[in-house]
Design a protein around this ligand. Structure first.
Ligand code: GTP
Ligand code: ZN
Length: 353
């Protein structure tokens, strides 16, 4: 197996068909980003890279993200990233502190491990928020209920996740007792596939990563490869190779998620339980708020649809709508500004000042 295959190249190249790599360029995968420095794993080594001039002028979403495959020009000891190869998906969220910006967090992700702790952290609606955003990004989810050592019976928690109607695999584990860790490694995480850890602070993401990595692996990930070309790095990384050949991304950004929706007009299919009920509403454009013959409201009243699931649906729909409105308003203002700037330029030309 080549070094690149160990970082998921084979799986990636099967998932993306239109990859073209000029002969004089090297391929690498982004394993860490620190400020303006990009750390890539190439066939030869791990190296520190800068963005080439062309990439510098692109918008931030087009800059390389953790998990991206890129082409590099290697000069002496420095790599310059020339292009970002096509992504088969990307995990994004609303940029914290903004209303209309999408922030890309990771690219080429096969599944997200959504971690919750079975302590006070367990919050089914927070979980729903992550699952909605993952569905919007087309990233499959695996729910990991950690700290199972703290409860006598895990079944009610598993049931609560399954009642969301999302058909996601649920695994209970404990990094303290080792429960569930083998099943996670052997049955859920596939070699060559890339996973990302998400969940709020303190749920045990770092503990899970450490439990999955054996010590030898941790040691090799910080060893530099002195005889190879390029500036080598001993940085703490964000993309790790697991002993079973899976790849796991753990970066500090993966805690809170503002939803963006999928950018399509109907986001209803991001809510499978509501979507199924809505098929029986009297009106096809039913908003499930106060309409006559609404099957969603009927299910809410007879108790088959939990209040919390309905409330969360309304809240997340509203957030997505807000995001869409703000994005289109921003586009409209940019367009208006572009028009004014063009008019001013033409005016200057005409009157030569
Ligand atoms: N009881 C119990 N505690 C755990 C378990 N896993 C982790 N913890 C504890 O939970 C706390 C937080 O664990 P971390 O791994 O740092 O959590 P994190 O999600 O990486 O937190 P951030 O880095 O803040 O995002 C630590 O005190 C761990 O010892 C577990 O399986 N059972
Ligand atoms: Zn309805």
């Amino acid at each position: 197996m080549t070094q690149l295959d160990q970082y998921g190249w084979l799986h990636y190249s099967h998932s993306c068909t239109s990859i073209e790599i000029p002969q004089d360029l090297t391929v690498g995968r982004i394993v860490s980003i620190k400020g303006f420095k990009y750390y890539t794993r190439t066939e030869q080594s791990e190296m520190e890279c800068d963005l080439s001039g062309r990439l510098l002028y692109l918008t931030p979403t087009d800059h390389p993200k953790i998990g991206d495959w890129v082409t590099l020009m290697v000069y002496d000891t420095t790599g310059y990233i020339i292009s970002v190869l096509p992504r088969y998906n990307a995990l994004s969220r609303r940029n914290p502190g903004t209303t209309a910006e999408r922030q890309l967090l990771a690219a080429n992700v096969d599944a997200a491990l959504v971690v919750q702790g079975l302590d006070r952290d367990f919050n089914i609606m927070r979980l729903e928020r992550y699952l909605v955003q993952l569905a919007a990004c087309d990233v499959p989810a695996l729910v990991v209920l950690n700290k199972a050592d703290l409860v006598d019976d895990t079944q009610p928690y598993i049931d609560a996740v399954q009642n969301l109607g999302r058909q996601v695999p649920v695994l209970c584990c404990s990094t303290h007792t080792g429960m569930g860790m083998r099943a996670l490694q052997d049955e859920l995480l596939l070699p060559g596939h890339t996973y990302v850890l998400i969940g709020s602070s303190g749920v045990g993401k770092s503990s899970l990563l450490n439990a999955l990595l054996d010590e030898a692996q941790q040691a090799t990930s910080t060893t530099s490869d002195a005889n190879q070309k390029g500036r080598h790095t001993t940085t703490t990384r964000d993309l790790f190779r697991l002993p079973n050949g899976g790849l796991l991304i753990d970066t500090p950004g993966m805690r809170e998620f503002g939803v963006t929706g999928s950018g399509e007009t109907s986001s209803e299919d991001l809510f499978p339980v509501i979507h199924t009920l809505a098929a029986h509403c009297r009106f096809t454009d039913c908003r499930h708020l106060d309409e006559q013959g609404c099957a969603v409201l009927a299910a809410l009243h007879d108790g088959t649809l939990p209040d919390a699931v309905y409330d969360s649906y309304l809240k997340l729909k509203k957030e997505m709508r807000r995001f869409e409105i703000d994005v289109s308003e921003k586009k409209r203002l940019n367009k208006q500004f572009g028009k004014i700037a063009r008019e001013a330029k033409n005016h200057r030309k005409r009157f030569k000042y």
